[in-house]
Design a protein around this ligand. Structure first.
Ligand code: SF4
Ligand code: SF4
Ligand code: FES
Length: 322
């Protein structure tokens, strides 16, 4: 007989017809080695409680439908083995909850429509460049490996929403597109067959690109090991190239770059002025005064480092490599 462990699945239940708010219900079941969270949910539905509601389809980490939180961490239920989670958390109780940042429809099923609407708005499809894509089917439109490499990883996204569910910018900023949405914009911005290419950074900019706080949560939890925050970084650079600099984030990045590349040092004293203008200076006045009183005010003029010319060569070489 296969080895099995008794495990309590503490599942969040919510039926909008009867419940004011979600509550937990425990299901104690025998879990054989290798059983996934999704298989356990199906077992409960088929053998204990047919009303348990969740999503799942491919059971192969492809369709992106089965994401849930397991002990607070969003994961694909079909890719998450229960024994491994028990060992990781050192407990035989696993809390299974719906994803965050989305309204719960019932039990573990969430309403994906807001994330989906945002995705639609950012044009997540190839807009053919007539100069690159031939009119007839007789010729191929080739993407070379070195071009593909730039965006290839982002084509692995299965739209599972895991990154979206943990993103603090999504939580607090209504118009913020979201991590996988920025990943999709970047994927097409780098595609040589696309008609908009880097112009797509303007779409990203309109959807609060600079509000990402670079917490990297999206990258940490993506089941496909995609780094949406990298897309954000590249799109920011593209948007600056396109002249979209009228916001504190872009101005901060430009001031940072100018300071470091001209002297080899960061001029912290002028950064608030360059980033936020006079408003920034006034906002930072109490902090600046306390620095001044404690003798910790950074000097307004920064002397270049000793080998500044060598440093500039390194900067220009790294720009060429990019
Ligand atoms: S790095 Fe940006 S996009 Fe990713 S979770 Fe944090 S705020 Fe959201
Ligand atoms: S980027 Fe990763 S976590 Fe986000 S939707 Fe795509 S596959 Fe899921
Ligand atoms: S069931 Fe398709 S990704 Fe899990």
């Amino acid at each position: 007989m296969a080895e099995a462990k008794k495990v309590i699945l503490r599942i969040s239940r919510f039926n909008p017809e009867f419940d004011e708010k979600p509550h937990f219900q425990d299901f104690e079941i025998e879990i054989p080695k290798g059983m996934t969270v999704l298989e356990a949910l199906y077992f409960i539905k088929e053998n204990i409680d047919p009303t348990l509601t969740f999503r799942g389809f491919c059971r192969s980490a492809i369709c992106g439908s089965c994401s849930v939180k397991v002990n607070g961490h969003p994961k694909l239920a079909c890719k998450t083995q229960i024994w491994q989670e028990i060992e990781r958390f050192g407990t035989n109780i696993l809390k299974i909850e719906p994803l965050g940042n989305m309204k719960v429809i019932r039990d573990l099923a969430v309403d994906f429509s807001e994330a989906e609407e945002k995705l639609k708005k950012v044009k997540p499809y190839l807009i053919p460049d007539p100069e690159v894509i031939p009119d007839t089917n007789d010729e191929e439109s080739i993407v070379y490996p070195e071009e593909m490499e730039k965006f290839d990883k982002f084509t692995d996204c299965i739209l599972c929403g895991t990154c979206y569910s943990m993103c603090p910018a999504v939580m607090f900023i209504d118009d913020y597109a979201g991590p996988f949405q920025f990943g999709r914009i970047f994927r097409f911005a780098e595609d040589p067959r696309d008609g908009l290419k880097k112009e797509r950074s303007k779409i990203a900019y309109a959807f609060e690109l600079w509000k990402c706080i670079r917490c990297e949560r999206c990258a940490d939890i993506c089941p496909k090991h995609i780094h949406p925050v990298e897309a954000v970084t590249h799109l920011r650079a593209m948007s600056i190239e396109k002249g979209l600099t009228l916001n504190p984030g872009a101005r901060h990045a430009i001031a940072f770059y100018k300071s470091v590349t001209s002297t080899g040092m960061l001029n912290e004293a002028i950064l608030p002025i360059m980033s936020k203008g006079i408003k920034g200076v006034l906002e930072n006045m109490p902090v600046a005064l306390s620095f001044l009183l404690k003798g910790k005010m950074p000097p307004p003029i920064v002397k270049p480092i000793e080998d500044i010319e060598g440093f500039k060569k390194v900067v220009s070489l790294s720009a060429e490599v990019e």
